[in-house]
Design a protein around this ligand. Sequence first.
Ligand SMILES: Cc1cc2nc3c(=O)[nH]c(=O)nc-3n(C[C@H](O)[C@H](O)[C@H](O)COP(=O)(O)O)c2cc1C
Length: 355
Amino acid sequence: MTQLNFDKTAEPNVNTTADLAQYLLKPLVIGSRTISNRMVLAPMAGLGHIAFRQLVTGFSGFGLLFTGMCSAKAVPHENPKMSHVFSWRPEELDHTVCQIFGAEPEIMARAAQRVEAEGFFGVDLNFGCSVAAICKKGCGAALLKTPDKAVDIVSAVRKSVSCPVFVKFRTGWRDDQNFPVTMARAFENAGADALTFHPRVAPDRRSRRPKWELIGKVQNAVAIPVFGNGNLFAPEHGIRMIRETGCQGLSIGRMAVAQPWIFARWTKGFRPEPSIYMETALDMARLLSTHYEDHFALKMFKKFAPYFCANFKFSNSILKSLIRAENMNELCDNIRQLMDPPPQTLLLPNINLFI
Ligand SMILES: Cc1cc2nc3c(=O)[nH]c(=O)nc-3n(C[C@H](O)[C@H](O)[C@H](O)COP(=O)(O)O)c2cc1C
């Protein structure tokens, strides 16, 4: 069993937003490395690309950034200059984890070697994605139907790299509380350095409430750090998840797309001004245009827009007007027209737009 690098038995004394920041800023050992901030960007295909990660970096306040999932079959020979997914800025490598998906131990191990050779902080294995196209190939959450194979993948990756190995997984395919606990222990024994656990069964996708109590069970079962994930939208949620589950870190997905400054807000007390919406939307557009050709940049902005517009009182109509654009120039005109003066915002984003 891995040696404990923190006291898992101590109940986290996290009651206020100041306590939350203090907890999130405690160093955490992950395998051979240490991070100084436990609040991380969750992997999100089509959203967590190089441009979005640069946008989040501008606000700072996070510990790690996870890429969207990259095909393990493609990674060993992928050209980062051509790939929309397997691409990065050199300066982000030391705090970025590359997520890979695949179905075979040797293929995942070879991809992990490339990830390590490029200098990423670590590699993350996707055992959580329940999208049909991924599961049909025996990847993502489908591997939770063949637990031995999932564990073989962790062992093979562990043997092939020395950088931190993360595993992201979910409850499984049935509402069985013991299954994620058994899997967590097996992943740890196979050499995983940290787990991100999303407590939903696979067919649920993101529709029903995640069962945070399962994060506590997974956390109690292993000595390695566990990042809790699922429906963290406001600091109160972060406080409650840490108190109720004792998880060592927080992994934030959709809310980080709505508010890329969320990390700075929770860990550094950053207070956004009303002008932040127009500035951030224009920055997102500029960064997408820096990294991608116009057509793809527009496509990626249209994926980002529903989450971002969820901040506004009239989110649906603003979203509709915002994305009525044929190119990035038109899009930037729309941003200026719709966000100056700033639209009325909601206390909590309209999560009906969180698709
Ligand atoms: C558009 C989208 C793409 C996602 N892609 C991935 C992915 O590539 N790999 C992965 O492990 N999880 C993926 N997820 C799941 C998130 O990492 C996360 O588990 C989920 O959104 C719940 O966290 P949240 O409530 O903070 O958003 C994706 C989620 C969304 C919304």
